[in-house]
Design a protein around this ligand. Structure first.
Ligand code: HPA
Ligand code: ZN
Length: 338
C-alpha cells in the first residue's frame, strides 16, 4: 500500500507556505538574518511542537515566520517545498501565503511575492510541477486590514490566482469578511476559505452563502449538520481535509476517529492535504499513509480522493483531462497487477 501511495499521482490544495519552514531552515535563516531564536537546538524546536488547539499552533507558527526576511528566503522556502513534494509525485499544488504576517513586520509585498513566484516558475520548468498562489487574509485581524491587503496585491494581480481566509477561527465568522471577498471576486480572483476546522458548521454555511466560495478548507465540522452535508454533496463543493493537522491540533482524538472516510462514503468531494507539513509531521505521502492506516482505506478510496483533488483544483479543462488520464492509467495498471 505504501508503494501504491508513493506512486499515486497527487494534487495538493491546502498548504501554507509558511508552514513548510522546517526546523533546519528555521535555524539557517535565523543565522543568515542575525535573528535570535528562543530555541537552542533543532530538537528543542521539535519538542515545542506539541499543540492543544489551533491557537497554540498559530502562536509558534507566526513566531517562526519572523526569520523570513529577504526575497531569497522566500525563494528557498518555496523551492524546498516544491522539490520535496515533486519527489512525492505531487503534480500540482495550490499554495497559500499570508501577506499580513510579513507586511506587518515591514517586509514589502514585492519581496515575498517575487521570491515565491521565482521559485514556482523555476519548479515548473525544472521539476515539471505546476502551482498557483492563493493569498490568505488573516481572520484574527480586521476586515479593514484585509481590504488594505487586497489593495496592496493589485500590482501583482496576474501572479495571484485566488484569495482565502485563515488563522484563528473561533469568534471570527466568515461574514466579517464579506466585503473583501466581494471585491476579490469582482477582481477575478478564485475564492476559498478555511471554515469548520474548529468552528461550527454554521461558519461553513457562511463561507458558501456569503463569501460564495467554491471550495472549503478543512470543513470537517460540516458533519454536525445533515442539511449542510446534503448541500455539499449536491453542489459538489470540495473539502480540502488535512488529516495529520487535525490530529496534531486535537480536532479528532486520533486517526481512527477522523471523519474523512465517513464524508467520502456520504459522497462529499473530500481531498487529502498537508496544511503545515513542517509542524504536523508530514507532507502529502505521510498524510496519505497515516489516513490509510488509521481508517483502513482501500486503493479505490485513495484513487477517488486523488480524483476528487483533480476535480477540486483550479486547473483548466485540458490539464484536468491529462491528470485524470494519468491517474486512471496508474490505477488501472495497479488493479490489473502490473
Ligand atoms: N487553520 C487556520 N489557519 C492556519 C492554518 C490552519 O490549519 N494553518 C496555517 N494557518
Ligand atoms: Zn490551513
Amino acid at each position: 500500500m505504501k508503494k501504491f501511495i508513493d506512486n499515486l499521482p497527487k494534487i495538493e490544495l491546502h498548504l501554507h507556505i509558511e508552514g513548510t519552514l522546517e526546523p533546519e531552515m528555521l535555524f539557517d535563516l535565523a543565522q543568515r538574518n542575525h535573528i535570535q531564536l528562543p530555541y537552542q537546538s533543532i530538537q528543542e524546536v521539535r519538542d515545542a511542537y506539541h499543540f492543544t488547539n489551533l491557537q497554540s499552533f498559530l502562536d509558534i507558527y507566526y513566531q517562526g515566520a519572523n526569520v523570513l526576511q529577504t526575497e531569497q528566503d522566500f525563494y528557498d522556502l518555496m523551492w524546498a517545498y516544491l522539490e520535496k513534494v515533486s519527489s512525492q509525485n505531487v503534480r500540482h499544488a495550490e499554495i497559500f501565503f499570508d501577506p499580513q504576517t510579513h507586511t506587518h513586520r515591514g517586509i514589502p509585498f514585492e519581496v515575498f511575492l517575487n521570491g515565491l513566484v521565482r521559485a514556482k516558475e523555476g519548479a515548473r520548468q525544472k521539476l515539471g510541477i505546476s502551482s498557483e498562489l492563493i493569498l490568505c487574509f488573516l481572520r484574527h485581524l480586521s476586515p479593514e486590514d484585509a481590504l488594505k491587503t487586497l489593495d496592496q496585491a493589485r500590482p501583482f494581480r496576474e501572479k495571484i490566482f485566488g484569495v482565502g481566509l485563515d488563522s484563528s477561527e473561533m469568534g471570527r465568522p466568515p461574514s466579517l469578511f464579506k466585503e473583501v471577498f466581494d471585491r476579490a471576486r469582482d477582481q477575478g480572483y478564485r475564492v476559498v476559505a478555511h471554515a469548520g476546522e474548529e468552528g461550527p458548521a454554521e461558519y461553513v454555511w457562511e463561507a458558501v452563502e456569503l463569501l460564495d466560495v467554491k471550495r472549503i478548507d478543512h470543513g470537517v465540522r460540516s458533519i454536525d449538520d445533515p442539511k449542510l452535508i446534503e448541500y455539499l454533496v449536491e453542489k459538489q463543493i470540495p473539502l480540502t481535509v488535512c488529516p495529520l493537522s487535525n490530529i496534531k491540533l486535537c480536532v479528532f482524538e486520533d486517526m481512527t476517529h477522523h471523519n474523512i472516510k465517513q464524508l467520502l462514503d456520504l459522497g462529499v468531494c473530500v481531498t487529502i492535504n498537508s496544511d503545515d507539513p513542517a509542524y504536523f509531521g508530514g507532507y502529502m505521502n505521510e498524510n496519505f499513509y497515516a489516513t490509510q492506516v488509521g481508517l483502513n482505506l482501500s486503493k479505490a478510496d485513495l484513487y477517488k480522493i486523488s480524483r476528487n483533488a483533480i476535480q477540486a483544483a483550479f486547473l483548466n479543462g485540458d490539464r484536468k483531462q491529462a491528470l485524470n488520464a494519468e491517474l486512471d492509467a496508474y490505477y488501472r495498471d495497479q488493479e490489473s497487477g502490473n
